[in-house]
Ligand binder design. Structure first.
Ligand SMILES: NC(=O)c1ccc[n+]([C@@H]2O[C@H](COP(=O)([O-])OP(=O)(O)OC[C@H]3O[C@@H](n4cnc5c(N)ncnc54)[C@H](OP(=O)(O)O)[C@@H]3O)[C@@H](O)[C@H]2O)c1
Length: 328
């Protein structure tokens, strides 16, 4: 009998997309997170697990064949989250080896052209720590994943939807290869069977290299709108983060980490992984974004436009006041 696959981060954006795809591929799934899953569905067993607890990990990893590591704590408000993430990854690799896990699959972030931000460095360190363990580990590195519920996609979507003109700080000139969630899920499912003589990492690029500004204008065009560009090259990353928080309502630490992570190009080394798994052509950005927006519209119709608008106005006023207080 095949051993179940463990999906950590099962309540997260990627985890939720991966669960049904793994079940469809014929594998039994054990899903874990700290919060319970809203609906686990058939062939999915849910086990509560905080990855910082060795006991929780021992229970969650017991009898598992492949373990997906999709956990991260960015935006959780913990100042020293990078150290916590590295330690959790170390214990995860250790317990996985003790439990006889055959393979770990980790979805991390692309290495930037220059010095990584704290967030990106932490993603890369988690990969190094897992790959240094005794269980063969496949690390897949993505930049922005385009899909409904992705924190980075939500930021650019809100920027493109909510402004009458496109404010373009210097970091929007950096380039990256956004990848569709459908393609990421395909890559993760295939990761169970890819030949892996030893631990390795691969990039997971989408098919196009786009600057941040191009991403924003593509999203504006998808709404059938045209807005003027307002370059503001001197807007510092800190001010940019406040501006992002104000417009999008994102958590400040999350906005700051994402801006800092994008101050240089986030480009892949190559696309060997796609050739390795013989995947069909990847979704272009516009199609991936269209799918994400359609899914979000379906989900948002439940909440209603009025509620969202009222929330937005209250947030903008509140955050403007908070910013003024902090500047004094
Ligand atoms: N989204 C993107 O654009 C993107 C891009 C590149 C790479 N990635 C990578 O993809 C992976 C998944 O990202 P995501 O976007 O799905 O993140 P997400 O939506 O923020 O989900 C994070 C998950 O981590 C879990 N978690 C956090 N702390 C935990 C802890 N101490 N113990 C157990 N579970 C914990 C959360 O579950 P609970 O809170 O319920 O415990 C949640 O399920 C990450 O490694 C990320 O770096 C994402």
């Amino acid at each position: 009998m095949t051993r179940p696959a463990l999906v950590t981060g099962a309540t997260g954006f990627v985890g939720q997309a991966l669960l049904p795809a793994l079940v469809r591929s014929g594998v039994d799934v054990r899903a874990t997170s700290r919060r319970a899953l809203a609906a686990a569905g058939p062939f999915v067993e849910w086990v509560r697990c905080d990855v910082s607890s060795r006991d929780d990990l021992s229970r969650a990893l017991d009898g598992v064949g492949v373990a997906y590591f999709l956990v991260h704590g960015m935006g959780g408000g913990q100042a020293d989250y990078a150290a916590h993430e590295a330690e959790s990854a170390r214990v995860f690799a250790e317990v996985a080896a003790a439990q006889g896990v055959e393979r770990i699959v980790y979805l991390g972030g692309v290495a930037p052209a220059h010095e990584p931000s704290v967030h990106l460095k932490s993603r890369l360190t988690v990969g190094e720590v897992l790959r240094a363990g005794r269980v063969p580990t496949l690390e897949l590195r993505a930049s922005m994943i385009v899909g409904a519920g992705s924190a980075s996609f939500k930021l650019v979507r809100d920027l493109s939807f909510r402004l009458p003109a496109m404010v373009l700080p210097k970091w929007t000139r950096s380039s990256t290869c956004p990848v569709a969630i459908d393609d990421v899920v395909r890559a993760l499912v295939a990761a169970r069977d890819v030949p892996l003589p030893e631990s390795a990492w691969f990039d997971l690029p989408g098919p196009e290299s786009l600057t941040g500004a191009e991403v924003l204008f593509r999203l504006v065009a998808l709404q059938g709108r045209a807005v003027p560009a307002v370059p503001v090259p001197l807007l510092s990353p800190s001010l940019s983060s406040w501006w992002l928080k104000l417009v999008t309502g994102a958590d400040f630490s999350l906005a700051r980490e994402l801006v800092l992570g994008f101050t240089s190009d986030l480009l892949p080394r190559d696309d060997r992984y796609w050739q390795l798994i013989g995947a069909p052509p990847r979704l272009p950005f516009d199609e991936a974004a269209r799918r994400a927006l359609t899914q979000e519209r379906t989900e948002a119709s439940v909440r209603g436009v009025l509620g969202e608008t009222a929330e937005f106005v209250v947030r903008v006023v509140g955050q403007g006041l908070a910013y003024r207080r902090q500047r004094r």
